[in-house]
Design a protein around this ligand. Structure first.
Ligand SMILES: NC(=O)c1ccc[n+]([C@@H]2O[C@H](COP(=O)([O-])OP(=O)(O)OC[C@H]3O[C@@H](n4cnc5c(N)ncnc54)[C@H](OP(=O)(O)O)[C@@H]3O)[C@@H](O)[C@H]2O)c1
Length: 159
C-alpha cells in the first residue's frame, strides 16, 4: 500500500479530526478533498435496523439501507477518481431477514448457540476477526478479483 495509512471513518471525529457520515454526501466529498491520492478503501460503517420485522420502523430501515448501499456508492463516486489503477474498494454489508439475536441469549445461551454452530458447520468453529481481516487483505491485494462477494462464514449456509 503506497500511503500505508489507516483512517477509521466514523461519525465521531477521530484523532485526525476526520468526520464522515455515510448518509451525507458532502462529508464524503470533503473526505476525498482532504485525503488526496488513495490506494485502498475498506468500508465497514453501517447503521443496523435491529429488531423483529413487525417492530421495525421505515426510517430505521431507510437509514440502514443508506449506510450499507448508497453510502458505499458515494464513497466510490468521490474516492475512486483519487485511486491508482490498482486501487480497490472492500465494502462490508449485510441484510438479514431473520437472525437469532445472540445478545439476548444470556451467557449460557450464547455458549450453547456457538457450540451448536461449531458442531454443525464445515469449519467446525466460530469465525474470528482474523478470518475477516485475511479476506480483506486477499481482496485488496488481488489485482484480478473484482465485483465479487466473499462469504466468510465457515460454510454455515451449507448446513
Ligand atoms: N459483525 C458480524 O458478525 C457481521 C456479519 C455479517 C455482516 N456484517 C456486516 O459488516 C458491517 C459491519 O458490521 P459491524 O458488526 O462492524 O457493525 P457495528 O459493530 O454495528 O459497527 C458499525 C459502525 O458503523 C458506524 N456508523 C453507523 N452509522 C454511520 C454513518 N451514518 N456514517 C458512518 N459510520 C456509521 C458506527 O459508528 P457509531 O459507533 O458512531 O454508531 C460503527 O462504528 C455491517 O454492514 C454488517 O451488516 C457483520
Amino acid at each position: 500500500m503506497r500511503n500505508g495509512v489507516f483512517i477509521t471513518l466514523n461519525r465521531a471525529a477521530d484523532r485526525d479530526n476526520i468526520t464522515v457520515d455515510l448518509t451525507d454526501e458532502a462529508s464524503i466529498a470533503a473526505l476525498g478533498e482532504r485525503l488526496g491520492p488513495l490506494d485502498h478503501v475498506v468500508s465497514t460503517g453501517s447503521a443496523r435496523a435491529r429488531g423483529r420485522v413487525p417492530d421495525l420502523d421505515r426510517d430505521a430501515i431507510r437509514l440502514s439501507f443508506d449506510t450499507k448501499v448508497i453510502g458505499p456508492l458515494m464513497l466510490a463516486k468521490h474516492l475512486a477518481p483519487r485511486m491508482s489503477t490498482s486501487g480497490s474498494f472492500v465494502i462490508f454489508s449485510g441484510v438479514a431477514a431473520a437472525k437469532i439475536a445472540v445478545g439476548t441469549l444470556g451467557e449460557q445461551g450464547k455458549a450453547d448457540y456457538f457450540a451448536d454452530i461449531s458442531a454443525r458447520n464445515p469449519a467446525r468453529r466460530i469465525g474470528t476477526p482474523d478470518d475477516i481481516a485475511q479476506a480483506v487483505i486477499f481482496a485488496l491485494t488481488s489485482t484480478f478479483l473484482t465485483g465479487q462477494t466473499l462469504h466468510i462464514d465457515g460454510g454455515e449456509p451449507l448446513t
